[in-house]
Design a protein. Structure first.
Length: 454
C-alpha cells in the first residue's frame, strides 16, 4: 500500500455513527468506576510517588527518601528486564520492538503506582504504529468487563495553544461487536466546546468513528491486589496503598538521622571578645556566647564534640524498610539505607528469595494476557487500515536468570527434548524468544542433535 492510500485510510477509515457518543461536557454528571474515595486515594498515591506523604512532617527540615519510586522501579525492572516479546507479523513486530518494548518497564511502574495502565495502539499519518499509555492520572475508567478490563473510558490530553489551555477528551466504548471512539475538545476548566480543527495538533482527528472488533481496542494492565480501601470499587490499588504509614515512618527515621548530624556536629562556643566580634567567625563551627568579662581565657572558649549515633539511626531506617518489604511482597533485605549512597536495592536477587520471585511471577501473569491483547489489537487496527497481517500468537518469554541459573535450565530442557518430552521447535521458541512457527522454520532438516534420524 502506498503512502497516499495509507493516509487516506487513516483519515477516512473510521466508520461514522458511534451511538450515544456525544461529547462529555460535564464529567461530574456521568457515572464512572471511580468513586470519590478512590479518586482521593489515587491522587494520594501519585503525590507519594513524587515524595509527598499525606501525613504532617515531624521535623522542621523533613527529608523524605524516594522509597515509593525506587521500589516500583525495582519491581518493574524485574518483571520486564529480560522479556522477549515478538509478534507473528514482521512489520507489526518491528513497531512493537521500537515503540513498545523500550517503554514496557515504565508502563509497569506506572501501574504499580496508580493501580492500572491502559495501552492503546494507534497509527500515525506516516503509517507507523505507536502505543499510547493512560494511567489513573489521565484516564477515567467508566466500565469494566468481568475480568477487570476496561470497556469504556476517557483519555485526557491537554495542550497550550495561543496562550490558552485546551483539553481533548477521547471517549472509548466497546459493546461486544465494535469499538467506538468520540473526540471532543474544550477550553480547559470550562464547558466551552471547541472545534478539533481549530487546534493544529488535533485538526486531523475525526470527531467520531468505530471499528469492528470482538475485544476492546485498549488493553488493561492492573495490579493483582484486592481493593481493601473501597470494597465496592472495581478499581485495583497501588503497590504501596497499605504502606502509607510505613513510608512516613521511613521518612521520619531518615529525618531523625539527618537532624542528628546537624544537632550533634562539633562546635566551639567562644566569647565574642576572643573572636573579635562576628567578623572573626569563619563558619558555623564557631558559636558566639555573651561575655561576662571576668572568666579566664580557658573558660571563654568551650568545645562541643558529642558522639553521633549514626548506626542507631541507620538501624531505625532499615527496621522500617523491613516492614515495608513485607507489605509490598519483596524479600527481606531488598532495600537498604547506606550512609554513602542513600537508599539502595540489592545487587542481585538470589534463587532462595521466594517472596520477591512470587510477587514478580504474579505481576508477569497479569502482564502476559495484556501483551497478547496488544498483539491482537495491533493486528485488528492494521487490517482495518487495509494492511495485510500475518496471523499467529505472539511469543512471550519473561526470562528468569535473575532467579535461576539459565545454564541449568538450558540443560534441563535440552534433556527433555532428547527424551522426547519436549518438541525441538518449543525448545527453540523458548531459547530464542520467537513465535512457534518461526522456531519451527529455524530447525535444520536433519535434527540429529535432538535425536532425529540420520
Amino acid at each position: 500500500m502506498n503512502v497516499l492510500k495509507s493516509l487516506k485510510n487513516l483519515v477516512n477509515g473510521f466508520k461514522k455513527g458511534g451511538e450515544n457518543m456525544d461529547g462529555i461536557a460535564d464529567l461530574s454528571k456521568i457515572e464512572t468506576a471511580q468513586s470519590p474515595l478512590m479518586r482521593e486515594k489515587t491522587r494520594e498515591w501519585w503525590n507519594i510517588f513524587q515524595g509527598e506523604i499525606p501525613i504532617k512532617p515531624t521535623h522542621k527540615n523533613f527529608r523524605p527518601l524516594p522509597t515509593a519510586y525506587i521500589s516500583t522501579a525495582y519491581l518493574a525492572q524485574l518483571v520486564t528486564g529480560e522479556i522477549k516479546y515478538e509478534l507473528a507479523d514482521e512489520r507489526l513486530n518491528a513497531f512493537a520492538q521500537k515503540n513498545l518494548l523500550p517503554n514496557l518497564d515504565r508502563i509497569v511502574q506506572l501501574a504499580l503506582v496508580g493501580g492500572y495502565t491502559v495501552i492503546k495502539p494507534y497509527i500515525t499519518r506516516s503509517g507507523e504504529m505507536f502505543f499510547d499509555v493512560g494511567t489513573s492520572r489521565d484516564f477515567l475508567p467508566i466500565a469494566f468487563d468481568e475480568n477487570g478490563h476496561v470497556t469504556e473510558g476517557v483519555f485526557f490530553e491537554r495542550i497550550r495553544y495561543n496562550g490558552k489551555i485546551y483539553e481533548r477528551r477521547e471517549h472509548h466504548r466497546f459493546d461486544g461487536e465494535a469499538h467506538y471512539v468520540h473526540n471532543s475538545a474544550y477550553l480547559y476548566g470550562t464547558k466551552q466546546l471547541v472545534e478539533l480543527s481549530s487546534i493544529p495538533r488535533w485538526e486531523m482527528l475525526l470527531p467520531e468513528g468505530s471499528i469492528p472488533s470482538d475485544i476492546p481496542m485498549i488493553a488493561t494492565f492492573r495490579t493483582p491486589y484486592a481493593n481493601n480501601i473501597d470494597l465496592d470499587s472495581e478499581l485495583p490499588i497501588s503497590l504501596f496503598a497499605n504502606s502509607v504509614g510505613t513510608l512516613h515512618a521511613i521518612d521520619e527515621a531518615h529525618s531523625e538521622y539527618r537532624a542528628e548530624f546537624k544537632k550533634m556536629s562539633a562546635k566551639v562556643f567562644a566569647d565574642d571578645t576572643v573572636m573579635h566580634g562576628k567578623d572573626g567567625i569563619p563558619d558555623d563551627y564557631f558559636v558566639i556566647v555573651d561575655p561576662n568579662g571576668e572568666d579566664s581565657l580557658d573558660k571563654q572558649i568551650m568545645t562541643y564534640a558529642p558522639q553521633i549515633r549514626e548506626e542507631a539511626h541507620k538501624s531505625a531506617i532499615n527496621t522500617e524498610l523491613r516492614l515495608y518489604e513485607v507489605q509490598i511482597g519483596v524479600s527481606c533485605g531488598t532495600f537498604t539505607f547506606d550512609s554513602a549512597k542513600g537508599l539502595v536495592t540489592a545487587t542481585q536477587v538470589l534463587s532462595e528469595d521466594r517472596t520477591t520471585y512470587n510477587t514478580v511471577a504474579q505481576l508477569q501473569r497479569q502482564l502476559r494476557p495484556v501483551l497478547e491483547a496488544v498483539a491482537e489489537i495491533a493486528a485488528n487496527l492494521a487490517r482495518f487500515y487495509g494492511l495485510d497481517v500475518v496471523d499467529g500468537e505472539p511469543a512471550i518469554e519473561f526470562g528468569d536468570s535473575v532467579f535461576e541459573d539459565t545454564g541449568t535450565e538450558f540443560s534441563r530442557r535440552f534433556q527433555m527434548v532428547q527424551a522426547g518430552m519436549l518438541k525441538p521447535e518449543e525448545f527453540n521458541a523458548w531459547y530464542f524468544g520467537v513465535p512457534l512457527d518461526k522456531a519451527r522454520e529455524m530447525l535444520p532438516e536433519m535434527t540429529t542433535i535432538f535425536g532425529g534420524d540420520e
